[in-house]
Design a protein around this ligand. Structure first.
Ligand SMILES: Nc1nc2c(ncn2[C@@H]2O[C@H](COP(=O)(O)OP(=O)(O)OP(=O)(O)O)[C@@H](O)[C@H]2O)c(=O)[nH]1
Length: 317
């Protein structure tokens, strides 16, 4: 170490950052890369020799030009490079999490990043250091858990819990916006007979095909869920009874057109019965009444001979 100690200290700090297990890169105040450690090389697949001295660090993370967090911090702190910073009243640190393309590695990674300024002894901005953490496994586990919580395992449709939550949220929205909300209850006809003839696994395959057929008739804001067993429910926001009836008829026809044989059923192939309900939401009625009305309509459709849709006499108001 020399008498001031500074150059040796700096060399030591540099070497420390180089060998740190955490991926790090450092930009000078003109956005030029001055350090790209080995862990950063491993994460990005980009060797330090290709990137040091350039302003091309964004290419290691994104397909298209985008500022990294370090660039955003440099932009935000641009004034500090000329004017010494007096004290540190606010926290100049930035944090973010996002999916990155990682073009050199050829697979997307979910990175948690932190950017912090480095000030020289006179309080002027000297550089910005960005540290990166690969959180891909944690993010994928979180997505899988969310899927488990809201999706039906057999059909991939929304599950009953997701249906209940969505119905209440849509009801509240319909109330606020004074718009109609429609609901369809879709039940497979003579499904016990189908199971008896094809076994439970055959029944499962049939439910998957029906789920796909029902989902194919939905618009972006509609929700189709597996309500239970061989019953599906469809939420149609901002849809009148007439509109709901036409969606119901499309679903019925679509399933009929699948022509899945059910030789023990009177129709000889798989069909569905559908009950519809529509409400103009008001503080005097609730989402559960909408379900009860659609259920009653479904019951009527079954009793009138199945493979049909049934509507209530009027909208619930
Ligand atoms: N394969 C399979 N079958 C199921 C599943 N959930 C419910 N079921 C079966 O669906 C059948 C429903 O039978 P029922 O309630 O008697 O109704 P249905 O035979 O369809 O007669 P209707 O509804 O009156 O037309 C039962 O045999 C259940 O075991 C499932 O996840 N997979």
């Amino acid at each position: 170490m020399d008498s001031s100690g500074a150059p040796a200290d700096r060399a030591f700090a540099h070497q420390l950052m180089e060998t740190l297990a955490i991926p790090i890169f450092v930009l000078d105040t003109t956005s030029r890369v001055i350090l790209w450690n080995r862990a950063c090389e491993r994460l990005t697949g980009v060797p330090a020799r290709d990137i040091i001295g350039t302003r091309e660090h964004w290419r290691s993370f994104f397909e298209e030009r985008r500022p990294t967090l370090a660039d955003l911090l440099l932009e935000e702190r641009a004034g500090d490079a000329q004017h010494p910073r007096i004290g540190l009243p606010d926290d100049p640190h930035l944090s973010a999490e996002s999916w990155c393309d990682m073009p050199r590695m050829g697979r997307r990674r979910y990175l948690a990043t932190d950017a912090s300024p480095i000030y020289d002894e006179r309080g002027r901005l000297a550089a910005v250091v960005e540290t990166l953490r690969d959180m891909t496994d944690e993010k994928l586990a979180q997505i899988a858990l969310e899927q488990l919580a809201t999706r039906d395992g057999l059909t991939g449709l929304a599950n009953r819990r997701c249906f209940d939550e969505t119905l209440h949220a849509e009801w509240a929205r319909a109330l606020r916006q004074r718009q109609p909300l429609s609901l369809l209850m879709v039940d497979v006809d003579n499904f016990k007979a189908y199971n008896d003839a094809n076994g439970h696994l055959g029944g499962d395959e049939c439910l998957k095909r029906i789920a796909t057929a029902v989902a194919s008739e939905m618009r972006a804001n509609d929700l189709v869920a597996r309500y239970g067993g061989e019953e599906f429910a469809v939420i149609l926001p901002n849809q009148s009874l007439k509109g709901a009836a036409s969606v119901a008829e499309r679903i019925r026809t679509r399933v009929e057109q699948l022509q899945v044989p059910n030789r023990l059923a009177p129709a000889q192939h798989v069909t569905v019965s559908i009950g519809a309900a529509t409400a103009i939401a008001s503080p005097d009625n609730g989402a559960s009444e909408l379900v009860a009305i659609a259920d009653a309509a479904l019951y009527r459709a079954k009793h009138m001979g199945r493979n049909r849709i049934s509507l209530p006499l009027s909208e619930l108001a």
